[in-house]
Design a protein around this ligand. Sequence first.
Ligand code: PMV
Length: 307
Amino acid sequence: MTRSVSTSAPGKLLLYGEHAVVYGYPSIVTAVDARLIVSIEESQSTTVEIHAPQVKDSRFVDSAIAEFTKLTGVSVGRIRLTTSSAFSGKFGFGSSSAVTVGVLLALSKYFSKPMTQRELFDIAYRAVMDVQGVGSGVDIAAAVFGGTLFYRKGGVTLEQLKIAQLPIVVGYSGVKSNTVELINQVAMKQKAEPEKFDRLMKAIGKLVEQTLDPLLNNDLERVGKFMDFNQEYLRDLGVSCEKLENLISAAKRAGAYGAKLSGAGGGDCMIALVSHEKRKIVEESITAAGGEVVHITPNAEGVKIEL
Ligand code: PMV
């Protein structure tokens, strides 16, 4: 019988604290049920055959394999590695991190080298840093642990938040964003305007801490207000764009509690917090403003073995 294993890892949406998280401030991220599947099966070829159409950059797969070998001493070969997903990578849900985490769990199962979740996080973070050089690892944390997390860079803080509900609408701006470019752009801002930069980072950090209470107590009005404040700071940081602003305004006009960009900015997705009654009208307004509503469920399960 041919040996095979499949894993699935969730994507993520940043709820609060993007960019500031790169500088050590806290963030809140939720895993979403836009899952990326990684399958490994035995192959006759001595090398690793990779078919990963969902992955923009195959270096993440190579890097995950290299880190696995470094850690376990297993020389990976005679396998076919395939990825699939019901979701397009274009939305920016973190397919690079999801694939890195999914590949690592699949390898650990296939070659019988068990890892704890923490080990999986640490090795996946190294693999992503080998490729990108920058980043907080927040999307890796979401892929590994799932749920909704209070997170600090490198996994210094990793707390599951027990949230009763998170009624969000997601709108894709139609513009593809480049995370590394935006992180570098923010780093330039730090050089150019260090005082303003510091003020913004501290304000975002404080806001994330303050959001915990309303979030855990299901106070949607305050949770929404904090989204609006976070968006103001992100705009000031220079990472918003016209398309995102249009969708955010449309959602607010239609009665959302709050709305902001999610992730690096410059494009990709925005999120709006809505009441059950307002969901439909907010979705319609986002569509009318030129956005594409993406139906996902937050608080999704972390990476897991599928077979
Ligand atoms: O571009 P995304 O959706 O993966 O979000 C990145 C979040 C940043 O804070 C901008 C970068 C990071 O590594 O934390």
